[in-house]
Unconditional design. Structure first.
Length: 394
């Protein structure tokens, strides 16, 4: 019998989004919609278990109505015999002010005391056993945001007493020089030695899948981006555990649950007549669910004048977020220093200038040749930039 698990983390319900101004409330609703879509995924796939690997809430200070709203979603899953295991994170940390101490999610969901349909792991109860699934979930929980040690320190699932052993951690995989100072850190060697079948992770807001030894591990990323630059967010993971002829298989699939999409769009500066034309072109991509990263590239005409802030303000109402960057090559002054003619670049400049003069003379007699002169002038501009040491983005 295959066991199906939906794995999510970093929902960050109740995030303030102070950088979004009046759009903050709408973004909070988007995050809740993604959480509900994760539940829809669990129902549609006939999941046995939903794992929430930390930071379900953005902080421990949430109004009761928000917690009740979450509990209603958990009740919807419980009514279909889908169990939920919640691991406190670093935002909803299990300290003295923990939201999980203030509210009993199972009770708010209308479940009887002792039900295994909603489980919150705690320092006193760091595991949940599900005999019907022959599965146990481990999750070491700390009462402080910064862990005093790795959550896998001294851990082994060897004595689990079940066919399937699942771990949950909200923290960072050790990457020397990058993550060793995070609040909760563990190593790939510890994962490999854990004896787990699957390690459900949280804390990183972009999807990351991996294997350490024989242990599959994954970060699902945030189901809806918490910040508009998180372009690998918006997903939940569907994990399938299979046992065939004594061989275990763990399959992990990404599923879209968030609405936000990301796109990078490049505009050739040489094709733009002016700022209004650039705004008009980008406006054709308008989508309230799109985070657009637009870049002006190529060779900029001498007369092109753009104000990036003005462009972003003009487009702000057409996208969830928009950023416009100028990576085009600006013209160099005519009196820029030219290398000596006995150098490669100097010889190239002299050759191009001669060819431009010839092409312009030809264009005077045959207007169709004007494009040849324009192409040569662009080539000269690139050459002059190479002389200046400028970085080219084409």
């Amino acid at each position: 019998m295959a066991i199906r698990i939906v794995h999510t983390a970093d929902v960050h319900l109740g995030a303030r989004h102070t950088d979004l101004g009046e759009r903050a409330a709408a973004q909070r609703e988007r995050q809740f919609s993604a959480f509900r879509a994760t539940g829809d995924l669990a129902i549609a796939e006939g999941a046995d278990l939903l794992l929430i690997a930390g930071d379900l809430f953005d902080s421990n200070s949430q109004p009761r109505r928000s917690v009740e709203r979450v509990a209603a979603e958990l009740r919807r899953l419980a009514e279909r015999a889908i169990r939920t295991v919640v691991l406190p994170g670093t935002h909803d940390v299990y300290d003295r002010a923990s939201i999980y101490r203030a509210y009993d999610l199972g009770e708010l969901a209308g479940l009887p005391a002792g039900s295994d349909l909603v489980t919150v792991l705690t320092p006193e109860a760091p595991r949940a056993r599900f005999p019907e699934l022959d599965l146990v979930v481990f999750g070491r929980v700390f009462a402080t945001k910064r862990a005093p040690s790795s959550p896998l320190s001294g851990f082994t699932a060897a004595d689990a007493g079940a066919t399937w052993s699942i771990g949950m951690i909200h923290g960072s995989l050790l990457i020397p020089g990058k993550t060793e100072h995070d609040e909760v850190v563990f190593s790939a060697d510890e994962v490999a030695a854990s004896g787990l079948d699957y390690l459900a992770l949280g804390h990183w807001h972009s999807v990351q899948l991996g294997t350490a030894g024989t242990v599959r591990y994954a970060y699902p990323g945030a189901p809806e981006p918490v910040a508009v630059d998180q372009d690998r967010a918006g997903r939940a993971l569907l994990v399938t555990l299979s046992l065939v002829d004594g061989t275990k298989t763990v399959d992990v699939e990404e599923r879209q649950v968030g609405r936000t999409r990301f796109a990078r769009h490049e505009v050739d500066a040489s094709t733009i007549s002016g700022q209004p034309a650039l705004v008009e072109q980008l406006a054709t991509l308008a989508d309230p669910d799109l985070v657009l990263d637009a870049r002006l590239v190529g060779l900029r005409p001498d007369g092109l004048d753009v104000d990036l802030d003005e462009i972003e303000r003009a487009l702000a109402g057409s996208f969830l977020a928009v950023r416009v960057r100028d990576r085009s090559i600006a013209p160099l002054p005519d009196d820029a220093e030219v290398p000596p003619p006995d150098t490669v670049l100097g010889a190239l400049v002299l050759d191009l200038e001669a060819r431009i003069a010839a092409a312009e003379a030809d264009a005077a007699a045959d207007p169709a040749r004007a494009a040849d002169a324009a192409d040569l002038r662009d080539a000269l501009r690139v050459a002059r930039h190479l002389m200046s040491g400028a970085e080219l983005t084409l």
